[in-house]
Design a protein around this ligand. Structure first.
Ligand code: FE
Length: 213
């Protein structure tokens, strides 16, 4: 590592911290340069981080819960998910978003075989396993086996469909609404809808709290 002659400002202090990883130092150095060159402001970056942090699976759960209780919304979501979520003021950056619905006979699961494309706006940051080479390689050849490892055993008659995401096309799974939830409010239903159920590696929770099997 070579030393720069920059003023000893806060950024160079971050970049010199021996506790930080190479990547953290590199990110801090790039951030400092972008600010110095006037390409971004510290405020832009802070705002961006706030937006990223506001994205959690609760956003996707809100969409699915609405689809469960509102048949017209469900129809619009299945027809054009990007337009349907825009009704809820959710802006999807990818050109296309497709919602795929689990039924008694069809189970959908999403992957990105090429890299790690993921509906971040609806589900927040992707889990580590989603980005793993193992998941990406195996789910397309043995979806049932991979789902079993997640604790999801599907009947033989259930057809499994695997959707391969791209930068252009993101997917979200609408899990099946569990039995015994007819009396529940949209908000109560949303609490049953987990991140994994919207990726398709799990079912929605049952009202009692345990996973339906
Ligand atoms: Fe990708």
């Amino acid at each position: 590592m070579h030393n720069h002659d920059h003023d000893a400002d806060a950024h160079s202090l971050i970049a010199e911290d021996p506790e930080l990883s190479f990547y953290a130092k590199r990110a801090a150095a790039i951030e400092a340069l972008l600010i110095e060159k006037g390409m971004v402001t510290a405020d832009n970056i802070r705002r961006r981080i706030e937006i990223m942090d506001s994205r959690t699976p609760a956003v996707g759960a809100q969409v699915v819960a609405k689809a469960w209780v509102d048949p017209d919304f469900r129809t619009r979501l299945l027809a054009n998910a990007k337009a349907a979520v825009a009704e809820l003021d959710i802006e999807v950056e990818s050109p296309n978003l497709v919602a795929v619905e689990n039924t008694v006979g069809i189970h959908n699961v999403i992957v990105c075989t090429l890299c790690s494309c993921y509906p971040t706006v609806l589900l927040g940051a992707s889990p580590g396993w989603y980005k793993s080479l193992e998941y990406r390689a195996r789910v397309v050849v043995d979806a049932r086996g991979v789902l079993r490892e997640f604790g999801l055993e599907l009947d033989e008659e259930v057809q499994v469909r695997v959707y391969d995401s791209t930068a252009e096309m993101r997917y979200i799974v609408i899990p099946q609404r569990p039995d015994g939830t007819e009396h529940m409010s949209e908000e109560e239903l949303a609490a049953l809808i987990t991140r994994d159920s919207m990726i398709g590696v799990a079912r929605a929770r049952t009202p009692a709290g345990e996973m339906e099997s």
